[in-house]
Write a protein that binds this ligand. Structure first.
Ligand code: HAM
Length: 437
């Protein structure tokens, strides 16, 4: 479980803000569900013989009342519970998004953590392949907006339950005929979850699984039409993808479309986003039949990818750094700081405690280190003259200009210089851009 430190916070914010504005552009609305749910919700939704439920859940008994509870290992189950509990699809289908921490007791390694964060979407109440394609295109737009071009799409259809049942019979027959080539894990899964054997990372079994019966060959007419429908829209919109007949997913609720976005830049844990359709799930929990499709992205992995893609260093910490000397000047600085913030600027005020404000020189060093576009300096003279000294810290010409400005004119002076000056990375603009999204 990791701490998020300030030096990384701007990348997380950039990712989350961009993701949020992209999905909002497709009509998705936020939902927040609790981090803790009843254990049986996950066991039933994700499947009793999956890795997650068998060995990765942080489960505990509530000592107050004996409830069996679990820290959520993923977001879909809680959203589904909430959709049913609040009858969210009463007025029609809903597009939902969420973000937050998830917990899985996995063996930690690069890109795999015990507390991690997902950004996810669930579209509930939609039957057709159009929403599957829309979700995939939405991911593509997010990669583009983040400048991530080394992510590829793998797509598959795992059909409906009866199609999987027919395939399963043949798959077990095939693996039984080659039992000597199965590793211990595959033997354990042979009768409980043979489909997952196809997902093995064991190099010695690659040929065996490549030649195994393909689920795609068992799809009926309706499943095939759905799968073709998804591909048609993706092709029409120039979204490249590879059909991977062995893509099966590690959670049991899926049917038909499944997909993963994968990168080679992150080592073994290269799946940055994964999802698919889960039409029967809501009905099995007692809701009205409500087909649905969704995905979740691993935020740690995507932030890591943003770093490898050379995401620029953190922007300014603030627009204005306030330097002051003496008690009267500090009081003036407080007043000015509030006025600047009223005007939408980010302001850091030099803090006097615990060693006193320090010399102007040492304060100016701090101002420089803050990345501020302007330092505003108030000393005894400025207090006496009702002025402030405004210094442009990032002047393109190199010479940093210093102006004495009447105290009441400082806000306008700085706002004017920030909006029509050559400054590109100041916070004033950043706020602006977020508003446009
Ligand atoms: P998942 O494949 O289990 O699917 O997880 C989705 C993504 O979460 C992964 O592709 C990965 O990026 C990230 N992730 C998973 N486990 C970890 C971990 N231990 N450390 C870091 N990142 C991790 C789901 O969770 C489904 N609920 C997705 C979905 C939503 N399907 C339909 N709707």
């Amino acid at each position: 479980m990791n701490d998020l430190l300030p030096q990384d916070a701007h990348l997380w914010e950039l990712f989350e803000n961009t993701a949020q504005s992209v999905v909002q552009a497709y009509g998705f609305q936020q939902i927040r569900t609790p981090i803790v749910e009843e254990t049986r919700l996950f066991a039933r939704a994700i499947g009793a013989v999956t890795d997650i439920v068998e060995k990765e859940m942080y489960s505990f008994t509530d000592s107050m009342n004996g409830d069996q509870l679990t820290l959520r290992p993923e977001g879909t189950a809680g959203v589904v519970r909430s959709v049913i509990e609040h009858n969210l699809v009463y007025e029609g289908p809903k597009r939902l998004w969420y973000k937050g921490q998830m917990f899985r007791h996995e063996r930690p390694q690069r890109g795999r953590y015990r507390q991690f964060h997902q950004f996810g979407c669930e579209a509930v109440g939609f039957t057709g392949p159009d929403v599957d394609a829309e979700m995939i295109m939405m991911c593509r737009r997010l990669w583009d907006d983040l400048g991530l071009d080394k992510i590829r799409l793998e797509l598959n259809s795992i059909g409906d339950a009866s199609e999987r049942a027919a395939h399963r019979v043949e798959l077990i027959k095939y693996f039984e005929a080659h039992a000597d080539q199965l590793d211990a894990e595959a033997q354990r899964r042979l009768h409980s979850n043979p489909l997952r054997i196809l997902d093995t990372k064991n190099p010695a079994m690659q040929e065996l699984v490549t030649n195994a019966p393909k689920l795609l060959d068992y799809l009926g007419e309706a499943s095939l039409a759905h799968f073709n429908g998804v591909q048609k829209i993706l092709n029409h919109n120039n979204i490249p993808f590879k059909i991977n007949p062995r893509l099966v997913r590690g959670l049991d609720y899926y049917n038909r479309t499944v997909f993963e976005w994968v990168t080679d830049e992150l080592g073994a844990q290269g799946t940055v986003c994964a999802g698919g359709r889960y039409d029967p799930l809501i009905e099995t929990f007692g809701g009205k039949p409500t087909p649905a499709v969704g995905f979740a992205m691993g935020i740690e992995r995507l932030v890591e990818l943003m770093k490898t893609a050379g995401e620029p260093a953190p922007g300014n910490q603030c627009d204005v750094y306030l330097v002051h000397q003496g008690e009267a000047a500090q009081l003036q600085a407080f007043v000015l700081g509030e006025r600047l913030r009223d005007a939408g600027l980010d302001v850091v005020m030099h803090c006097a405690a615990p060693t006193g404000a320090g010399s102007f020189k040492s304060q100016m060093k701090k101002a420089d280190g803050s990345g501020a576009s302007f330092a505003v300096i108030i000393g005894e003279d400025e207090v006496a003259n009702h002025t402030a000294n405004v210094k442009a810290m990032r002047d393109e010409a190199g010479e940093s200009q210093q102006s004495t400005v009447p105290f009441d004119g400082v806000v306008d002076f700085i706002v004017d210089h920030i909006t029509d000056g050559g400054e590109e990375h100041h916070h004033f603009h950043v706020h602006d851009e977020n508003c446009k999204h």
